[in-house]
Design a protein around this ligand. Structure first.
Ligand SMILES: O=C(O)[C@H](O)[C@@H](O)[C@H](O)[C@H](O)COP(=O)(O)O
Length: 223
C-alpha cells in the first residue's frame, strides 16, 4: 500500500500528528475494544506526543507498545521509553499494565527481543514511525539484513545511528499494522522522502559507520 503524503508547516506538525493519531484511536475503540498504539523515538515525535496527551481519547482502552528501543536503561536520555514516559505516559497517568516496554536494560538482548515478541498483539492498530536522513525507520536501516527478515517479529540490530545496539519491530509487523503514521521533518530528509514515495531502493546506510559501531559494540560486549 502506498503512503499518502500530508504536507504541513513544520510548526503545525505536532498538532497535525496528534490529531491524526487521536482520530485513529477514537475510531478503533468505537466498539469498546482495546486498541494498540506503537511509538517510535528520536527527536521528531516528542512534540506530537505532548500534543496527543491533550486530546480526548479513551486512554483506558489504549495499550502502548514500542516500535524500537535502544539497549540503554529506561531512565537513560537516549531511551525511547523515557521520551514517551515524559511526553505521554506521565501527563496521562497511564498505569503500568497498559505499557509494554521494550526492556533495553537487559544484558541478554536476544532473549529480551524474543520476550517482546510474546507481548505483541497479532496485528498492531496504530503505529507512529519516524525516518532518518538515511531513510531508516524504526531501527531498520537501508542495506541492513534485518530488512529481509520475514519470520521474526522483533530483532536485535546494530545500527549506524548511535546508540548502536537496538531492539526493533520487523517489516512484517509494520506492514501488518492497520494504520501507520510516518512523521518526517527537516529539509535534510526531503530527498529521501521523494525516493521513498517514488518506490526507489535506498542506498545502504553508511555501512562503514555501522562497521565501526559493530566493532565498538563487540568491544563493549567483551568488557
Ligand atoms: O529510535 C529511534 O531512533 C527512532 O525510532 C528512529 O527510527 C527515528 O524515528 C529516526 O531515527 C528519526 O529520528 P529523528 O526524529 O530524531 O530525526
Amino acid at each position: 500500500m502506498r503512503p499518502t503524503p500530508i504536507v504541513v508547516e513544520k510548526e503545525a506538525l505536532a498538532e497535525a500528528g496528534a490529531d491524526w493519531v487521536a482520530r485513529q484511536l477514537v475510531e478503533a475503540v468505537a466498539g469498546g475494544q482495546r486498541v494498540s498504539l506503537a511509538l517510535s523515538g528520536g527527536s521528531t515525535p516528542g512534540p506530537v506526543y505532548r500534543e496527543l496527551a491533550k486530546r480526548d481519547v479513551p486512554w483506558a482502552l489504549v495499550d502502548f507498545y514500542f516500535v524500537d528501543e535502544r539497549f540503554v536503561p529506561p531512565d537513560h536520555p537516549e531511551s525511547n521509553y523515557l521520551l514517551a514516559e515524559e511526553a505521554l505516559f506521565k501527563p496521562l497517568g497511564v498505569p503500568p499494565h497498559q505499557i509494554f516496554r521494550m526492556q533495553g536494560e537487559r544484558a541478554d538482548r536476544e532473549q529480551a527481543a524474543r520476550d517482546y515478541e510474546q507481548l505483541l498483539p497479532p496485528e498492531l492498530d496504530v503505529v507512529v514511525l519516524g525516518m532518518g536522513e538515511d531513510g531508516h525507520t524504526a531501527s531498520l536501516f537501508p542495506g541492513h539484513e534485518a530488512l529481509q527478515e520475514k519470520e521474526r517479529r522483533v530483532l536485535t540490530v546494530v545500527g549506524p545511528k548511535p546508540p548502536p545496539w537496538r531492539m526493533t519491530l520487523t517489516l512484517p509487523v509494520l506492514q501488518s499494522a492497520h494504520q501507520v503514521l510516518g512523521l518526517v521533518s527537516g529539509a535534510g530528509k526531503r530527498d529521501m522522502v521523494r525516493r521513498m514515495l517514488a518506490g526507489e531502493d535506498l542506498p545502504a546506510a553508511k555501512v562503514e559507520h555501522a562497521q565501526w559501531m559493530m566493532d565498538r559494540a563487540a568491544a563493549d560486549q567483551d568488557k
